[in-house]
Write a protein that binds this ligand. Structure first.
Ligand code: NAD
Length: 260
């Protein structure tokens, strides 16, 4: 129970990696906040965590909306007494070759991944400072924080950007006990990835099996998908790591797709 007595807010926690991360942080003793655009699904996740005997609440939050982010963080502090861990995880994927990439989609991608990370950090860090206890901020990056792939101009740009943000937050937060790190998963079979398989097959003119084998998992050491549990365990490790020895880093969880 490494996170006993801690409060952790996870954005995009109604599905996929965020959901599993919230479940793992709760199993490790944290009170968790399931923050998501989709409040109905967030409430279901929170209710099922409560059934395990842990503390969990759901909050409606569009991470691109400053007022919604501030309200969700204030609700967290009012109901649970503070915030010790922020996992900025909410994300989507839109794939297209750059000459066809709609500017509106580019702006939407940067808003969810980068504005979301900035706004949640800004709102949460002041409470981490005020408590005198510091905290841990974890951004959900990707192998695409380090590598590029065709069709993913906005995603790769945003995920690279998170490395810069984490390094600045690590430097500003360090003297006050706030750590910032990026977790960089390879492909994980969540709804975000399931949707991409037929889209990429169409855009690249290959079969769905070939997308999985020759695009998504080609560079891994064993042809295996990373799992939500692999990612959640890595986040939990960083959340419970109590010194500045590990800050400003990115941890790649990808079956060897990217080695740093
Ligand atoms: P997912 O689609 O299963 O879940 C994403 C969640 O984010 C959903 O519950 C959705 O409602 C929520 N969300 C979307 N827009 C939001 C907004 N504006 N405000 C609040 N919540 C919002 O996706 P996932 O695969 O679990 O992805 C989670 C994160 O992991 C993303 O940042 C993604 O880029 C990253 N990631 C995923 C993979 C993968 O292979 N699945 C790999 C590397 C990184």
């Amino acid at each position: 129970m490494a996170l006993q007595g801690k409060v952790a807010l996870v954005t995009g926690a109604a599905s996929g990696i965020g959901e599993q991360t919230a479940r793992k942080l709760a199993a490790d003793g944290a009170a968790v906040v399931i923050a998501d655009l989709n409040l109905a699904n967030a409430q279901k996740v929170a209710d099922s965590i409560v059934e395990t005997g842990a503390k969990a609440i759901a909050v409606a939050m569009d991470v691109t909306n400053e007022d919604a982010v501030n309200a969700g963080i204030e609700e967290t502090v009012a109901k649970l007494g503070g915030i010790d861990v922020l996992v900025s995880n909410a994300g989507i994927q839109i794939v297209a070759p750059i000459e066809e990439y709609a500017f509106s989609d580019w702006k939407k991608m940067l808003a969810i991944h980068l504005d979301g990370a900035f706004l949640t950090t800004k709102a949460a860090i002041k409470h981490m400072y005020a408590s005198g206890k510091g905290g841990s901020i974890i951004y959900m990056g990707s192998v695409h924080s380090h590598e590029a792939s065709k069709l993913k101009s906005a995603y790769v740009t945003a995920k690279h950007g998170l490395l810069g943000l984490a390094r600045v937050v690590a430097k500003e937060g360090g003297p006050r006990g706030v750590r910032a790190n990026v977790v960089c998963p390879g492909f994980v079979r969540t709804p975000l990835v399931e949707k991409q398989i037929p889209e990429q097959a169409k855009a690249l003119g290959i079969s769905e099996e070939e997308v999985v084998k020759n695009v998504m998992l080609k560079e891994t050491v064993d042809g295996e998908f990373t799992t939500v549990a692999d990612v959640a365990n890595t986040v939990a490790f960083l959340a419970g790591f109590e010194s500045n020895a590990l800050t400003g880093q990115s941890v790649v969880v990808s079956h060897g797709w990217f080695m740093q």
